[in-house]
Write a protein that binds this ligand. Structure first.
Ligand code: PNS
Length: 162
């Protein structure tokens, strides 16, 4: 069997230590992980696609088995394009389960080859989300233990300008 690759899709708006935790667990199980950010023109992101990608490229620079990419449209189509049919997702709490279960089964009904693997992050990050991180920084708070330094700085920069 050839090289085992997994695709880890997400919004990554922005990358948190929870995502990094899942990526580091993923690389232990696979030869290569492609971290791919969704470009959804109908969604408003705090960080542009270029910013989300550059943060991740910066953090994983020099890691040959971690590739940073983006996709538009259906994840299932991106998987075909990459010829990789294993998807990695993090599962934090029961509340994640329902949507993740739906997505995994929908993706599989689009293409029967698609399998989704769930990894559980460290308990320290099990209540962490990009959405809550943004909210905390928006109102002048900070949670340095939950985000990489670059993200902490960029969040402060974003909200000091607004
Ligand atoms: O980090 P997120 O926001 O939880 O990631 C969600 C993501 C990007 C994995 C999901 O929304 C997605 O795959 N979107 C692409 C569009 C698509 O394929 N939708 C059907 C999924 S069943």
């Amino acid at each position: 069997m050839g090289e085992r690759t997994v695709i880890y899709p997400g919004s990554f708006d922005p990358l948190t230590n929870g995502h990094i935790d899942i990526i580091e667990r993923g690389v232990k199980m696979f030869d290569k992980i492609i971290v791919t950010a969704l470009k959804n023109p109908s969604k408003t992101y705090l960080f542009s696609l270029e910013e989300r990608i550059s943060i991740m490229k910066d953090i994983f620079s020099g890691r040959d088995n971690i590739e940073i990419d983006y996709f538009e449209g259906l994840l299932a189509d991106y998987l075909i394009e990459k010829n990789v049919f294993t998807v990695l997702r993090g599962l934090r709490a029961i509340s994640d389960f329902e949507i993740e279960f739906q997505m995994a089964l929908m993706n599989r009904s689009i293409n029967d080859k698609i399998e989704t693997i769930f990894l559980v992050p460290s308990i320290a990050y099990s209540f962490l989300s990009s959405k809550l991180v943004k909210e905390i920084y928006k109102f002048g708070g900070e949670i340095k233990s939950m985000v990489p330094n670059t993200v902490d700085n960029k969040l402060k920069e974003k909200y000091s300008n607004s």
